[in-house]
Design a protein around this ligand. Structure first.
Ligand SMILES: [Fe+2]
Length: 170
């Protein structure tokens, strides 16, 4: 069964594509991320070395999650810079670097326990990252007069154009 089938019926208005709405996109990323991190944690203490849970998590992070972050860098961060909030972009870039570092730690960890601990840290950081987007970044842009709905639409279209083949969770 494909990942799309596992996660329910396809969006008939947007077959096989990225959700056209940012909250849906975050919700899809979040639920799959938590599921795959839980799958990895579930292998801790197993009497055999099953690498498939770690591989599935890393593939999702290097595909869906990084595609999302790269699209944000190019569309959202640019709008934040234009609004003059340069230090906010610096903070977002720091999150991004930490996320990349954690992906690498999950990939290279010598034990499943170490990989699982890094995956829990990544889940928390990603939750904070989404929260910042909703409670700090988007309100900052609205206050600066940016049409946030149009901006998010642009970002979703960009993801669909540049990264559609990277997305696995629909
Ligand atoms: Fe996001």
């Amino acid at each position: 069964m494909s990942q799309k089938e596992e996660n329910g019926p396809a969006d008939t208005d947007n077959p096989g594509g990225v959700p056209r709405d940012q909250p849906d996109h975050h919700a899809g990323l979040w639920s799959t991320l938590v599921q795959r991190a839980d799958d990895l944690t579930g292998t801790v203490g197993a009497d055999h070395d099953d690498a498939s849970a770690r591989s599935a998590l890393v593939a999702f992070l290097r595909g869906d999650v990084l595609a999302h972050l790269e699209s944000e860098e190019r569309v959202l961060y640019e709008a934040v810079r234009e609004a003059g909030a340069h230090s906010l972009v610096d903070a977002l870039e720091l999150d991004h670097r930490c996320l990349l570092n954690l992906v690498e730690q999950i990939e290279k960890a010598d034990t499943v326990m170490e990989a699982a601990l890094s995956s829990r840290a990544l889940v928390v950081l990603f939750a904070l990252r989404m929260e910042k987007e909703d409670t700090i970044i988007l309100p900052t842009l609205r206050e600066a007069g940016v049409d946030v709905s149009a901006l998010l639409d642009r970002m979703i279209v960009r993801m669909a154009t540049d990264y559609d083949s990277h997305f696995t969770y629909f």
